[in-house]
Design a protein around this ligand. Sequence first.
Ligand SMILES: NC(=O)c1ccc[n+]([C@@H]2O[C@H](COP(=O)([O-])OP(=O)(O)OC[C@H]3O[C@@H](n4cnc5c(N)ncnc54)[C@H](OP(=O)(O)O)[C@@H]3O)[C@@H](O)[C@H]2O)c1
Length: 275
Amino acid sequence: MRALKEHRIVDVPEPEPGEVLVEVRHISANHGELRHPRIGGHDAAGIVLGGPGKGRRVVAFGPGAWAERAVFPASSVAEVPDGLDLAEAAALPMAGLTALRTLRAAGPVLGRRVLVTGASGGVGRLAVQLARLAGAHVIAQARRGAGLRELGADEVVSSLDGVAPVDVVLDLLGGPYLVRAWELLTPGGTVQSIGWASGEPAAFTSLFALGAARSIHSFGDVSEPGPDLAVLVDLAASGLLSPSVGWRGSWERVGEAADALFAGRVSGKIVLDVT
Ligand SMILES: NC(=O)c1ccc[n+]([C@@H]2O[C@H](COP(=O)([O-])OP(=O)(O)OC[C@H]3O[C@@H](n4cnc5c(N)ncnc54)[C@H](OP(=O)(O)O)[C@@H]3O)[C@@H](O)[C@H]2O)c1
């Protein structure tokens, strides 16, 4: 975690036309950013200091977000509605965009069975809630399943053994979970392969399956996030989506937060206060 503890002193950036300068109050740390610190942080919430919307409370997504002041394209920022805490808003960008966009990519889920693996984590808790909001029957897989029913899961399972066939899988674990998820798909069903939090190798032999074609999709498109950020903060402000912050502290404690995440002591999002 040494790389994350290093502070870089840089000039305060100036916004170009079409950009906003944000005084960052809170940031969020995601699994991949803590596992691979070279990726850098993306989630921030704060106050617009320069550019369109000066003085407004905003949430922002983009490289360079982990700073006291950061510049973002205006298309990567959304205003935070009254009633939503900035720290809660900071939890939403990466995890929320991922959950929202993979669920959309899976197609309509009204009345369909949607399985979320790794459901107790940052992306998973948001995915469970969004799938439920979209009318799905939600099966949440997690070894630590506390609180998932309250978020809208219809079934909470610790393993995929015994799960009845599903129409959609949002897979955050990869490896053997991805293989099992594929086997659980109904004809025509789809797996959104999002992450590899299990760290375990996969053992696919073939994707052969009878009946209507099943599909498997990668996810990595976080372009033009502004409109979807607005969707997420609006849902959270209206009480329909809990950002599910599971760990909060000063950004000086990022190493501690990472240790807690990888030791399985965080359920939900990590939010760090820029102190
Ligand atoms: N493609 C993209 O653009 C994108 C975007 C965001 C995230 N991701 C990836 O998606 C994954 C999940 O992200 P996240 O932020 O939700 O992570 P997270 O908060 O760390 O949650 C991951 C969950 O996985 C479970 N888990 C961890 N190790 C496991 C193991 N060995 N076996 C089984 N379950 C295990 C844990 O739940 P239990 O302990 O309760 O089982 C944990 O709550 C990560 O791999 C991340 O890098 C990808």
